[in-house]
Design a protein around this ligand. Structure first.
Ligand code: ADP
Ligand code: ZN
Length: 241
């Protein structure tokens, strides 16, 4: 059975880094809608042209476009073992569409993790964040007393600031997050597979917490699915159980 994870949280919560690590370790497909859009912009594709201005202002790309992109990607064979979504869903409309896609795929529970970090810390992180222009990885933060790295630790690419990581756009992204994406917590909160993780800790601690809560939620989700299956096959048996 597959495992499907949504990594939720504000910009700068570290969900991209954690989503990448978790997906690699578990052999799942990581889908970052931000990365997909940035690649589309680089390629001057129709989606890229539409997304460019919006992204650079910190606004959201329209739901229909985003839902098409994710649906398309989730139908590819490499999504079979399951997926980790980073940056999607960002609106309730997107979340409802994702529920339908997951139901169609019918392959493992949907685990939702909300990575929480106080706003002050987010602004600090985003405004000082550098990413690799080649592979998109975040630059490692320098240790106390050491200079920041000049090149990407993974591929040697040049480190740059993302166009939407300047302070004015950061504040707009946080505003959009509060307005459009935070309501998703309400949407998911009552599900037995919803979990909260404290993102304001070191990478290792966050990673450990994530692994623990995702495994636990996946177990709960699988049990729930099994109970549903029994109900579907034999309503009487389910009533007795
Ligand atoms: P972060 O989470 O750090 O803000 P992302 O790389 O996830 O950044 O996204 C960057 C930008 O891409 C967003 O500010 C938005 O403009 C656009 N975007 C990404 N995912 C979505 C989505 N699911 N719906 C609408 N817009 C999106
Ligand atoms: Zn790199």
């Amino acid at each position: 059975m597959g495992l499907n994870v949504i990594m939720m949280g504000p910009p700068g919560a570290g969900k991209g880094t954690q989503a990448g690590r978790f997906a690699r370790e578990r052999g799942l497909l990581k889908i970052s809608t931000g990365d997909i859009l940035r690649a589309a912009i680089k390629a001057d594709s129709p989606v890229g042209l539409r997304a460019k201005t919006l992204m650079h202002r910190g606004e959201l790309v329209d739901d229909a476009t985003m839902i098409d992109i994710v649906r398309e990607r989730l139908l590819q064979p490499d999504a079979q073992p399951g997926f980790v979504l980073d940056g999607f869903p960002r609106t309730v409309v997107q979340a409802e569409a994702l529920d339908r896609i997951v139901a169609e795929r019918n392959n493992g529970p949907l685990v939702v993790v909300d990575v929480r970090v106080p706003e002050k810390e987010l602004v600090r992180r985003l405004a000082s964040r550098l990413i690799c222009s080649k592979c998109g990885a975040n630059a490692e933060l320098p240790k106390a007393g050491e200079p920041a790295a000049a090149r990407c630790a993974r591929c040697g690419g040049e480190l740059v600031q993302r166009v939407d990581d300047n302070e004015q756009v950061v504040l707009e992204r946080l505003k959009v997050y509060e307005r459009e994406t935070k309501p998703l917590v309400e949407f998911y909160r009552d599900r037995p597979t919803f979990r909260i993780v404290n993102g304001a800790q070191g990478l290792e601690r966050v990673a450990h917490e994530l692994d623990t809560v995702i495994d636990d939620a996946a177990l709960v989700g699988a049990k729930e699915a099994a109970a549903e299956a029994v109900k579907a096959v034999s309503p009487e048996k389910a009533a007795r159980a």
